[in-house]
Design a protein around this ligand. Structure first.
Ligand code: GUN
Length: 288
């Protein structure tokens, strides 16, 4: 039987609708809305679109979004100064530095400068380390979006064979740990893994986040597998994932399309993290 296709846009809309009500009530009692600061350095086209979408989503749920657009020539020190200011700003609950940064700014030192308690992207080493111990303050939004799909569609995880293709710090590594935490047996592969198809064919849950269009074809997928495609690739002007949808769809039991699958959920999870931070921070300014 062909797969059930996840409508990420519909789920994200439902999440935002629920959040909007909660944010409205909290804003009334706390005297200020949750705040998310998004920093964009330079004019990368994809990043500009992502940042705009994040701003729109914030507006829709009543989160105050502060977008800081800096020129590509911004120095590391200037960026650090801005981050230190945002770390201290009590009206800012979440800070996100859109990646990639221009090549002259070392990414690691910037991500480490974000207060871990405002690190709604979950990229700070203390939050990534928290994933290993099972107690992160924040988990990156894309892996959270994947878990949201698995849970909404009541995919049993405990005892399952899960295969993750791709080992990025943003998706592959965190989702591997989240699945381990839920007692799956997890194999992490890369696009270079020898006999990749032998691994993927074992997967009852297959997460593909390798950034290579068409990497996973139907003959590489177990009958009835849950297939989560996290790839976002532009091929001949069209957005495609890492999974060859036409050949995988007939074999899978559940599949996320690209676009419209995990992508919209990523933004919804960022909003959730911001709300979580707002609720967790003890020193919320009160209404006068
Ligand atoms: N660039 C691509 N994906 C992401 C993301 O999830 N967060 C940030 N900050 N930058 C990105």
């Amino acid at each position: 039987m062909p797969a059930e296709v996840v409508d990420g846009r519909e789920i994200a809309t439902a999440i935002r609708r629920d959040m909007r009500r909660e944010v409205e009530v909290l804003t009334g009692t706390q005297g200020r809305p949750p705040g998310l600061a998004v920093i964009l350095v330079g004019d990368d086209l994809a990043s500009t679109t992502y940042v705009r979408n994040k701003g729109k989503a914030c507006e829709e749920v009543g989160i105050k979004s502060v977008q800081i657009h800096l020129p590509a020539t911004t120095s590391r020190e200037e960026l650090l100064d801005i981050l230190h200011g945002l770390n201290k700003d009590e009206t800012v609950d979440g800070i996100l530095v859109q990646l990639p940064l221009p090549p002259h700014i070392e990414e690691r030192s910037i991500l480490e400068a974000v207060d871990p308690a405002k690190d709604v992207d979950g990229f700070h080493p203390s939050n990534l380390g928290g994933l290993l111990t099972g107690h992160p303050l924040f988990v990156a939004s894309t892996p959270l979006g994947i878990m949201e799909v698995l849970d909404r569609f009541q995919v049993a995880i405990e005892g399952k064979d899960a295969v993750v293709v791709g080992w990025s710090t943003i998706v592959g590594k965190p989702i591997a740990f989240l699945l381990l935490e839920r007692r799956a047996s997890v194999t992490v592969c890369q696009q270079w893994t020898r006999d990749l198809d032998q691994h993927t064919r074992q997967a009852e849950i297959l997460v593909v986040a390798a950034g290579k269009p068409g990497l996973v074809r139907g003959d590489m997928v177990k009958e009835g597998a849950v297939v989560i495609d996290v790839g976002i690739n532009r091929v001949a002007g069209k957005l495609v994932g890492d999974v060859d949808f036409p050949s995988v769809y007939p074999k899978a039991s559940l599949i996320t399309p690209v676009p419209g699958g995990v992508g919209p959920l990523t933004v919804a999870m960022l909003l959730k993290n911001t709300l979580l931070s707002y609720k967790a921070r003890g020193s919320l300014p009160r209404k006068p």
